[in-house]
Design a protein around this ligand. Structure first.
Ligand SMILES: CC(C)(COP(=O)(O)OP(=O)(O)OC[C@H]1O[C@@H](n2cnc3c(N)ncnc32)[C@H](O)[C@@H]1OP(=O)(O)O)[C@@H](O)C(=O)NCCC(=O)NCCS
Length: 159
C-alpha cells in the first residue's frame, strides 16, 4: 500500500469517499444537491489546497484523508500559532480494519509534526473516535464556544 497526494484522476473516488464520510456525520444518505456541489468541486479543484492524500494499492484507491494548515497568533498551548484541521477521512468499507486508516492518519500527523503545527483539530464520528483517542486526541474544554455565520446570512447582512 502506498500513500500519495490526490490528483484529478482521483475525483470519482474522492466524491464517493466524501459521501461515505458525510453519511456517518448526518446519519443518512447525502442529499443529491450536496453531491452535485461535491462533484462540481472535485471536477475543478487544483488538487493543491487543502492537502489531500489517498491510500492506494495496485492502482485502486482505498481511502483518503485531508488536512488544512493555517496560522493564528501564538499562545502558551500553541507556541508556533500553526494549526491543522484534519478532515475528509474515509476508507471504503471493504478495506476497513486492515490498518489503512491508521496509516493515513499517522502520515498526516507526521506532516503536522514536520511543519511544527501546534494544534491539530478534527470532528470525530463514532467510527473515527477510537483511532483518534489511541493517538492521544481528547475533547478540549473550550473557554469560548465556536460561533459561525454561513454564506447566505453573510450575503444578507446590511454592512
Ligand atoms: C474511521 C475509518 C477511516 C478507519 O479506517 P480503517 O482503515 O478501518 O482504520 P484501521 O484499520 O487503521 O483501524 C483503526 C482503528 O479503528 C478501530 N477499528 C477498526 N476496525 C474496527 C472494527 N471492525 N470494529 C471496531 N473498531 C474498529 C480500531 O480502534 C482500530 O484501531 P487499531 O489500529 O488499534 O486496531 C473508517 O472506519 C471509515 O471510513 N469510517 C467511515 C467514515 C468516518 O467515520 N470517517 C471518520 C471521520 S471523523
Amino acid at each position: 500500500m502506498s500513500i500519495r497526494k490526490a490528483e484529478s484522476a482521483d475525483a470519482g473516488d474522492l466524491v464517493r469517499l466524501r459521501s461515505i464520510m458525510l453519511e456517518q456525520v448526518i446519519g443518512g444518505p447525502v442529499p443529491r444537491e450536496d453531491l452535485e456541489v461535491i462533484e462540481e468541486f472535485f471536477g475543478h479543484w487544483d488538487y493543491d489546497d487543502p492537502l489531500c492524500l489517498v491510500a492506494e494499492e495496485d492502482g485502486k484507491v482505498m481511502g483518503c484523508i485531508a488536512a488544512s494548515f493555517y496560522r493564528l497568533f501564538p499562545g502558551a498551548k500553541n507556541p508556533t500559532g500553526l494549526l491543522a484541521d484534519v478532515h475528509n477521512f474515509a476508507v471504503y468499507e471493504e478495506y476497513r480494519g486492515q490498518g489503512i486508516g491508521r496509516a493515513l492518519f499517522s502520515h498526516v500527523l507526521r506532516m503536522c509534526r514536520e511543519r511544527r503545527v501546534g494544534r491539530v483539530s478534527l470532528y470525530a464520528t463514532g467510527m473515527g473516535r477510537p483511532l483518534y483517542e489511541s493517538f492521544g486526541f481528547s475533547s478540549d474544554a473550550v473557554t469560548c464556544p465556536e460561533m459561525r455565520l454561513y454564506y447566505k446570512d453573510l450575503a444578507g447582512l446590511d454592512i
